[in-house]
Design a protein around this ligand. Structure first.
Ligand SMILES: N[C@@H](CCC(=O)N[C@@H](CS)C(=O)NCC(=O)O)C(=O)O
Length: 223
């Protein structure tokens, strides 16, 4: 049965990007349907077209037959059940990788609020006086990535060596750092380059560039 993934705009919807990448990396054939975000009900989980396909009123949602998996992590975990190599094989490495994914899914509220994903946009870099909570989130991401790259670097160029779900969950953070001109230490910049050269990340970005829609309030952040 061919699943259908409902996603928001590729330019803005980081939660949609994550399971989309996981599905592509797993080699699963799926149909994708984009529901442009914005307008009536946006920000309140009340966009009628989203409510029609997702019980939470949010995207992403993956429909498989008459079942709808309606959260990025729920979808991603289903994907890994089809493609177990998207988590490391060693139980402790796998647990650490799951912690990385969970930290992204449940954390970094200030970074997500102030550095909203906006793939097409480039803000002129300057000496940002980041708010304390944003700076703290950025520092934690840099610390975590540096630690994982140090621990798993010999096994490959991704966070846990080989490409895993953690990379799908943090890929949108690479695009945020690029959009808002966040200064990156070399090891982190090299990791982001790995992400930006991934064929499926590039395909998602090309989709974002081709989209006709924009969300003015997001485009105005740090203007
Ligand atoms: N916890 C959810 C969050 C999903 C989410 O917030 N999606 C946004 C788009 S990135 C959305 O659907 N927003 C619609 C709205 O705010 O009304 C997940 O991980 O899937």
């Amino acid at each position: 049965m061919r699943p259908t993934l409902y996603i928001g705009n590729k330019n803005y919807s980081s939660w949609s990007m994550r399971p989309w990448l996981a599905l592509r990396w797993a080699g699963i054939d799926f149909e994708e349907i984009t529901i442009p975000l914005g307008g009536v009900g946006y920000g309140k989980s009340r966009i009628p077209a989203v409510r029609a396909v997702s019980p939470s009123g949010r995207v992403p949602a993956l429909r498989i037959g008459d079942t709808v998996i309606y959260d990025s992590l729920g979808i991603a975990e289903w994907v890994v059940e089809q493609a177990p190599t998207l988590y490391p094989a060693d139980p402790l490495d796998r647990a650490l990788c799951r912690s990385a994914v969970a930290e992204m899914h449940s954390g970094f509220a200030a970074l997500r609020r102030d550095l909203s994903m906006n793939i097409r946009r480039r803000v002129t870099p300057r000496a940002w006086p980041w708010p304390d909570d944003v700076r703290s989130d950025i520092e934690r991401v840099l610390e975590a990535w540096t630690h994982w790259r140090g621990r798993y670097g010999a096994a490959g160029p991704f966070l846990f060596g080989a490409r895993t779900l953690a990379d799908a969950f943090y890929a949108p953070v690479c695009t945020r750092f690029r959009t808002y001109g966040v200064a990156l230490p070399p090891v982190v910049a090299a990791y982001c380059d790995t992400i930006f050269t991934d064929a499926d990340v590039r395909a998602w970005e090309q989709g974002a560039v081709a989209e006709p829609w924009s969300i003015p309030e997001t485009d105005a952040l740090y203007a």
